[in-house]
Design a protein around this ligand. Sequence first.
Ligand SMILES: Nc1ncnc2c1ncn2[C@@H]1O[C@H](COP(=O)(O)OP(=O)(O)OP(=O)(O)O)[C@@H](O)[C@H]1O
Ligand SMILES: Nc1ncnc2c1ncn2[C@@H]1O[C@H](COP(=O)(O)OP(=O)(O)OP(=O)(O)O)[C@@H](O)[C@H]1O
Ligand SMILES: [Mg+2]
Ligand SMILES: [Mg+2]
Lengths: 250, 250
Amino acid sequence: QPDIIALCNQKGGVGKTTCALNIAAGLTLLGKKVLLVDFDPQAHLTYSLGIAAHDLKKTVYPVMKASLSLADALLEHSGMSVLPANMTLTEMENEQTMFSDHEFTLKNKLAGVRDKDYIIIDCPPSTGFLTVNALACSRDIFIPLQMEFLALKGMGRLMSRIEEVQKSFNKNLKISGIIATRFDSRKKLNNAIMESISERFGDKVFATVIRENIVVAEAPSFGQTIFEYAPKSHGAEDFLNLCEEIVKRK
Amino acid sequence: QPDIIALCNQKGGVGKTTCALNIAAGLTLLGKKVLLVDFDPQAHLTYSLGIAAHDLKKTVYPVMKASLSLADALLEHSGMSVLPANMTLTEMENEQTMFSDHEFTLKNKLAGVRDKDYIIIDCPPSTGFLTVNALACSRDIFIPLQMEFLALKGMGRLMSRIEEVQKSFNKNLKISGIIATRFDSRKKLNNAIMESISERFGDKVFATVIRENIVVAEAPSFGQTIFEYAPKSHGAEDFLNLCEEIVKRK
Ligand SMILES: Nc1ncnc2c1ncn2[C@@H]1O[C@H](COP(=O)(O)OP(=O)(O)OP(=O)(O)O)[C@@H](O)[C@H]1O
Ligand SMILES: Nc1ncnc2c1ncn2[C@@H]1O[C@H](COP(=O)(O)OP(=O)(O)OP(=O)(O)O)[C@@H](O)[C@H]1O
Ligand SMILES: [Mg+2]
Ligand SMILES: [Mg+2]
């Protein structure tokens, strides 16, 4: 059974997409078989791999509606299987009641995946229906956090949503990891907030911190993972170390 | 009639809240009377002013439901009137059909505001019902953009949503300004994307660029505007210049 990991945080721009993509790529480098699911109608993960999301007919939405098989929607990219998204996925949020499985739609569609070690799901910046679907089928939640003031504020809300899903739908669900992203050790603010987060969440916080590194933001313009674009960079080093930590934690 | 300005961008973390707050504060410094509306259930604007959003009973949501008058919900802060938010605003997105005014609810509730020069509305990272309400009553839209790859990708979607609202509900609506945020002139990526944006949007792009400046991210931890927290900083300078540009454009 693949380990299913959701990248969640309703705060915008904290690095969910960047982490989903580069963690999937790093695990692939470590020899794991990975399925990467774009579960955000804005499709940034899909675009970041150089795929023209708006032109696609075969995406995660028709798979959710059961008008397309998962296998037919998959694209192979950088050694990973990718289930792409585009704006049509918004319909899933709008038509919640039309999905008889409701919160278990994604879970049911992923249930048939046997030949993968990991399924990585990128979530939108909200705690709504799509994120709940991702939480209902995940075993692990990774929360990317930018160490700034509003990061702390948002955590309470996210925790409650995770607890709700845990009680109602998914006893296995746990917050497995908090990932410090875009970290700049010269910034007092980053260090101060990191301290509060470590105090509060202890060993849930990954020892590996993803440092601010411009090549991480450049790679998507070339449709490349950090390992393809800048294999010797701090960005590549940090993501590979994070993946080694992830694999060890199992 | 106040000039109503919405800060919109469905991409997360681009600086909507930071711009809403500091533009409102800068206009206030220039002698204007400002009403600042937090229209995001995550209430980051409210928290950034040091207000414990989750403890409030009187917020924008009961005002929208007409169970509270606007005047009774207002808080005075840093010389501005603030209409705060909290998570209850999520109900407005969930109960769209219960609001008989639908897309004009916010417009109708703001219609009685006469004694202000500007109403500034902070939107969530989505193009959904709340953002549509803000677009339906605004005269100007300011789009904060972080000059990175995904900024360009998101613009198409946002443009379509704005056009839809313009045609169906609000002939006066125009994209009045694009604000380059978190700009670091040493980054090739920022300069390259800025060039594409300027080519495409010409004089809609404000001449003033808001530079990356750590004090801008620190100020909210103290519940202060940039002008209160670090009046001599580049952050304060940039936001004041931006406000002078905004006032001149009228
Ligand atoms: N370590 C890093 N160094 C430099 N830039 C980074 C880093 N991590 C992320 N970024 C950049 O920060 C921006 C926001 O990251 P990203 O899009 O992954 O966040 P997100 O949480 O998925 O956003 P959204 O809430 O919109 O889905 C992107 O332009 C990305 O390239
Ligand atoms: N010029 C700047 N310099 C440094 N930090 C900044 C600057 N502008 C914004 N930030 C920081 O970047 C982060 C994201 O900004 P902000 O919350 O305003 O974006 P947003 O678009 O409102 O996000 P969301 O989509 O979650 O509503 C915040 O921590 C903020 O303090
Ligand atoms: Mg994302
Ligand atoms: Mg915001």
